[in-house]
Write a protein that binds this ligand. Sequence first.
Ligand code: GLU
Length: 504
Amino acid sequence: MQVRVRFAPSPTGPLHIGGMRTALYNYFFARKHKGSFILRIEDTDQSRLVPGAEEYIFESLDWCGIEVDEGIREGGDFGPYRQSDRKEQYGRYSDMLVEAGDAYYAFDTPSELEQLRRDAEKKGKTFLYNASVRNKLQNSLALPEKVWKERIDRGEPHVIRYKMPSDEDIHFDDMIRGHIVVNSGTLDDKILFKSDGMPTYHLANIVDDHLMEISHVIRGEEWLPSLPLHVSLYRSFGWKAPEFAHLPLLLKPDGRGKLSKRDGDRMGFPVFPIFWPYGETAKGYREEGYYPDAFVNMLALLGWNPGTEQEMFSMEELISAFSMERVNKAGSRFDPDKARWFNHQYLQRRSNRDLALEYREILRTKGHHLDIADIEKLVGLVKERVNFVQELWQETDFFFISPQTYDPDVIRKRWKAETPGQLLELRGLLDGMDELTPDIAGQKVKSWISEKGYNTGAVMNAFRLVIVGTSRGPGIFDIISWIGKRETLERIDRGLALIGKETA
Ligand code: GLU
């Protein structure tokens, strides 16, 4: 069988990372089985369309490295790939069902239906438009043929509803959840075709999956309740249904409920792949400094596991390791720390040269124009300490700017009566060297300390205080080697002058 899968988002706003994961799993599955990945835009609900959302979907897929085989931009033999461009065809299919007796016209107005819903609620029930009540309502099954035909001819607004069997066990299989049986008595007669001349999601989705020869429908768990209807529709049309796989939800970090934008806002992480620039704007992983391969790796493991300890996966590795059998049934908790951990890992794997090229951009905006070799050295000293390139500045600012203040805690703990004299001696020692290479300077300073019988910790901490201003940073000899002899001596002088004053 030729594997053909589709990712079928609705352009109603930014694409949630849960949707992004659905796209990824479809993509892995397609590539693994040498099949096709189709991108279909489901925009039949015109009232929910948001301008810019379609481009946002394209850009998000591109950023993640998902290559679409058939779609609006790519073309293909099964187009058009935007449902609003296919709208002429859907009416034919709902008419087919009406003719076969599997669907009917219904005239009930929104306010009539609202009333029925409220009446049921009063009795503590949920209103279902189905076999139990349809014969009493305004539709072509309840009304005499002459009457409903006249109402249609008069142009009265109406919808087409699916006639759900009254009491029938519907059996189907899900690749993740196994065999499922639902009795049709619990289901309602869903609208297939709306009074605005557009199909609903259910009709358009089934018709297009059939016409596009989709072999596997892989989508979010929120669509599982629609599956009995979809299976039933396939049967009514006499079409072979595709295989189905419903993916587990992405849960909040505490595991209680679905991950939402509000969780992200509250806890400071994005729930969208890239920045959403319209209306109420939203943060994106791309702009937060995530590498796309780190983002893909992190997301792939939320709901699927390889069955081994391996955590780092390239796109190729994900494609070859992925299998539907290893997709979890239970929801997957999103872990913002783990997301950062993944980026940390990918950042460590990048060459110092690549990181330097990225960091150079940030340094330029701060007015520091350096040789790439110098930035490379710098990046090599601190990269272990950061998760994102933009965090490099807070780890390296003191390489560029001599301390403006000195940490009072460190002064209190480390600045003793003998400190200025020791630092002056150290200044003299460093001044006598031609160049401050980390190894040689380090050895000389260490032997000077031991010859004099000084306390290493005391001297080195005071030294770091005058050079950095606090107790942070990489190896002190790496720092002084990078900033150079002149700057080192100046900082010692400045520290001696300023800290002396402060403590006096
Ligand atoms: N348009 C639906 C969505 O936005 C697609 C569901 C499906 O894949 O069938 O999620």
